[in-house]
Design a protein around this ligand. Structure first.
Ligand code: SAM
Length: 254
């Protein structure tokens, strides 16, 4: 077994992360944040979460499963904090360092290399549905958050069985299950909403599309490109049909 729970996810989250960094370098730094939000993909969702995390300059912030660092880079630019990223895929962690100057460690959410109560706030976006060990990730997040610290989540939830073909390696929890997992890990839910992943400004969408086109131009022949495109296409179809939805939540560490 690979580091992640399927090879298709490794293609999507490691190989494509490296390609994304390469394409952003070719197109310019204005493309980094839109292209770097793989999964959380909407400025409205990032803003909704950030508004509820009680951030202030100097807040100690963690992004677990940070990908190439778009959401953490956005927080740094918009909210004046300096998040630390943890991400299991090396190419993604490296991209977050090089594109956004973020501090980034290679680590899964189940084994975070930080002392207890190291952070005042944490984000974990589009990650819980990529692992079967959701309880393990939430327990670690609770451990590294200070008492009263805030956790912002974006979870792709499915409240009923989904029609195939499903993206490989993903395990989508229901909202009820996610709420129960949060409570069991020692979190108290403060606010929740469905995200509209299509509410970014047009410049954001155009920049992300340009990076996608540049990646296709450079790597469209590579089977891993096709595999990653198939994976994200399946998620997109399920979201479009409504069986899958992006659920935002902010919870407090009790
Ligand atoms: C859909 S992407 C989201 C990336 C980023 N949070 C964002 O919103 O742009 C999911 C990320 O979770 C990471 N991941 C997968 N399994 C994980 C685990 N067990 N712990 C932490 N991160 C994990 C993947 O490598 C990938 O970067």
């Amino acid at each position: 077994m690979t580091e992640l729970e399927s090879e298709a996810m490794e293609a999507e989250f490691d190989t494509v992360a490296g390609w994304t960094e390469e394409a952003v370098r070719a197109l310019g730094p204005g493309h980094a944040i839109p292209a770097g939000c793989r999964g959380s993909g909407s400025e409205g969702a990032l803003r909704w979460l950030a508004d509820r995390l009680e951030l202030h300059p100097g807040s100690r912030v963690l992004d677990a499963g940070a990908g190439v660092g778009g959401p953490a880079g956005w927080l740094a630019a918009e909210r004046g904090v300096r998040p630390v990223c943890a991400e299991p895929m090396e190419a993604a962690a490296q991209a977050s360092r090089r594109l956004f100057g973020l501090r980034s460690v290679v680590a899964t959410g189940q084994r975070l290399p930080f002392a207890d109560r190291s952070f005042d706030a944490a984000e974990c976006l589009g990650v819980l549905c990529t692992t079967s060990d959701k309880a393990g990730v939430l327990a670690e997040l609770r451990r590294v958050l200070d008492d009263g610290g805030r956790l912002g989540l974006l979870v792709f939830v499915a409240d009923a069985p989904l029609p195939p073909p499903l993206p490989e390696g993903n395990e989508f929890p229901s909202e009820v299950e996610t709420r129960a997992l949060l409570a069991a890990a020692g979190f108290e839910l403060r606010d929740a909403a469905d995200a509209d992943l299509a509410d970014s400004p047009p410049e954001w969408t155009e920049a992300a599309d340009a990076v996608d086109a540049e990646i296709e131009r450079r790597h469209g022949h590579d089977p891993r490109f096709q595999q990653a495109r198939e994976q994200s296409g399946r998620v997109g179809r399920l979201l479009g049909e409504g069986g899958l939805r992006a659920w935002l939540a902010v919870a407090v560490a009790r």
